[in-house]
Design a protein around this ligand. Structure first.
Ligand code: FAD
Length: 503
């Protein structure tokens, strides 16, 4: 019987966000006493150089590492992020906010949306967004960390993520990893040697001739998928027919001075534009589909729409939205861009790196790789990608826009059955039936579906069990609680200065 070798030597190929997040987590959790952790990166090739907006789950990752949050914000020139503002997505001149926190409070075992839907249908005029503290704080450019326990029942903790400089984050994690014994080797991988019997990777060879042997290889080499695709030919599911954007032109500009505590996504003629405010600059990019606009025109449009002077020349990136058919093959796993790419509309890529790391750690094959675990890992990663995919497609499909060929295409395209089913249920009953393992929960779906203009026609009958006066009272209390809480928050920039400045 073939005995699979124990895993002692882990080689990470690539030193972008994926590579250093992996090195840091493995160095912390597995330690470097029993495991040899080596990261190879090529300065000449460099990193993708974008990826600055995150979602709240990154706090879990930072907590596992034991990072001090104020230090992390300082080291990465980060700002706090309460959600994403979607401008012109539903129709020109309209905007809505996808916050990280809940709307209202669930009551009597059913979601707040049912009470709001009843109220709306009986003539109540206040938009759904007014019942969310993050949206209120974002609008006033305020921010504060809150515990949630100290306030009244109607006040859950404020949910937030970060907007940071990706190269500073990688550098920060590199210092962290090296301090804990991870090794870094600079050089370009030019060859890979496999075991002829098992097909496992034995070693990678650098341009210098140096050979690096390992038991487990983690491909963090970016879009090229140096090991997972070039060695193992994993294959790729192309989702461009649902998510047709395939280029991005990116450029940093000077900070406009406002440090908005949120990312802005503005729908454009052939895609959308991001605006990510950091402390020292603002990241901008136009994500578009090359069938509807040329590279030069996209760059021109982006440069003309900056709100402060550019700090560099625009840079174009090409990608295909989709996912690697298998992210774990033999003794090789692909993390980050080498595992697939969902366009950055909801800032999910860094999160998917984190998910991949945590799944590997949970299933860590110390005593040899079990093919059943490999299958399980691949199935679970497929599930993660699928759910995010449906959520992203919903942003394009539910729109009133038809002013350009791009919007006409996405508005009329077929969508996956899983998404259609969800939209039908939501329209009929005000529910999205998110499963426990799904990244985007009810709150996110409600924010986007209602924001894009899809409102429920029905609601849960339990919402009818209270009187009209009681309903009005409850909604007013929630709204007042949110206003009071936000009034007590400092301005976002002031909060960063007070808490995260150099000691
Ligand atoms: P890279 O950054 O490409 O790193 C690859 C590494 O592999 C580099 O160190 C390179 O030198 C090394 N390498 C490659 N080949 C070799 C070789 N032969 N030998 C040695 N080393 C090699 N994510 C978010 O979460 N939020 C966002 O807002 C967001 N915005 C994005 C916008 C755009 C336009 C794009 C394209 C992506 C965005 N992402 C975002 C995704 C995010 O940028 C990536 O998930 C993240 O940066 C991880 O990239 P990576 O480390 O996998 O790859």
């Amino acid at each position: 019987m073939n005995k699979r070798p124990a895993i002692n030597r882990i080689v990470i190929v690539g030193g972008g966000t994926a590579g250093w997040m992996t090195a840091a987590a493995l160095a912390k959790v597995l330690g470097t006493q029993l495991h040899d952790i080596t990261l190879v990166e090529s300065e000449m090739i460099g990193t993708v150089g974008v990826g600055e907006a995150t979602i709240p789950m990154i706090q879990l990752y930072n907590n596992v590492l034991g990072l001090d949050e104020d230090e992390f914000v300082r080291e990465t020139n980060a700002t706090f992020k309460l959600g994403i503002e979607f401008v012109d997505w539903r129709k020109l001149g309209h905007s809505y906010f996808h916050p990280f926190g809940n709307f209202g409070v669930d009551m009597d075992g059913i979601g707040f949306i049912h009470y709001w839907a009843r109220w709306k249908q009986s003539g109540g005029g206040m938009p759904y967004s007014r019942f969310n503290a993050e949206t209120e704080a974002a609008g006033k450019r305020r921010f504060m960390r809150t515990s949630g326990e100290t306030g009244p029942k109607t006040m859950p903790a404020i949910n937030y993520a970060f907007q940071f400089d990706a190269s500073l984050y990688a550098a920060y994690l590199r210092r962290y990893s090296e301090k804990r014994g991870a090794k870094r080797i600079e050089g370009k991988v030019v060859d890979v040697t496999q075991c002829p019997e098992s097909g496992d990777i034995r070693s990678v060879t650098l341009e210098s001739g140096q050979v690096i042997e390992g038991d487990l290889f983690i491909d963090c080499s970016g879009f090229r998928g140096l090991l997972i695709e070039q060695v193992y030919k994993a294959g790729y599911d192309d989702w461009s027919h649902w998510l047709p954007v395939n280029r991005a032109v990116a450029v940093p500009c000077e900070s406009a001075g406002d440090w908005l505590p949120y990312t802005r996504s503005t729908a454009r003629e052939a895609g959308w534009q991001w605006r990510i405010p950091l402390q020292h600059r603002t990241g901008n990019g136009y994500v578009y589909c090359d069938q509807y606009i040329s590279e030069d025109e996209a760059a021109e449009k982006l440069m003309s729409r900056l709100d402060a002077p550019a700090m560099a020349d625009p840079r174009t990136l090409r990608f295909v939205t989709g996912r690697r058919r298998r992210c774990w093959i033999n003794n090789c796993l692909a993390f980050g861009l080498s595992s697939g790419f969902l366009e950055p509309l909801e800032s999910t890529s860094i999160h998917l790196i984190q998910v991949a790391i945590s799944k590997l750690l949970a299933m860590f094959p110390k005593n040899g790789i079990n093919p059943r675990l490999v299958t399980r890992y691949n199935d679970e990663m497929d599930y993660e990608y699928d759910n995010v995919k449906d959520f992203l497609i919903a942003h394009y499909k539910i729109t009133e826009r038809d002013d350009t060929p791009f919007w006409q295409y996405v508005r009329n395209m077929d969508i996956p059955d899983s998404l259609q089913e969800r939209l039908d249920i939501f329209k009929a009953r005000g529910e999205v039936m998110a499963r426990q393992m799904e990244l985007f929960k009810e709150t996110s779906w409600y924010a986007v579906l209602v924001g894009q203009g899809l409102e429920p026609e029905g609601y849960h009958p339990v919402a009818d069990a209270i009187s009209e006066d009681e309903l009005r009272l409850r909604l007013t209390q929630i709204r007042t609680g949110i206003q009071n809480r936000v009034e007590s928050m400092p301005e976002h920039r002031e909060f960063v200065r007070q808490h995260c400045a150099s000691p």
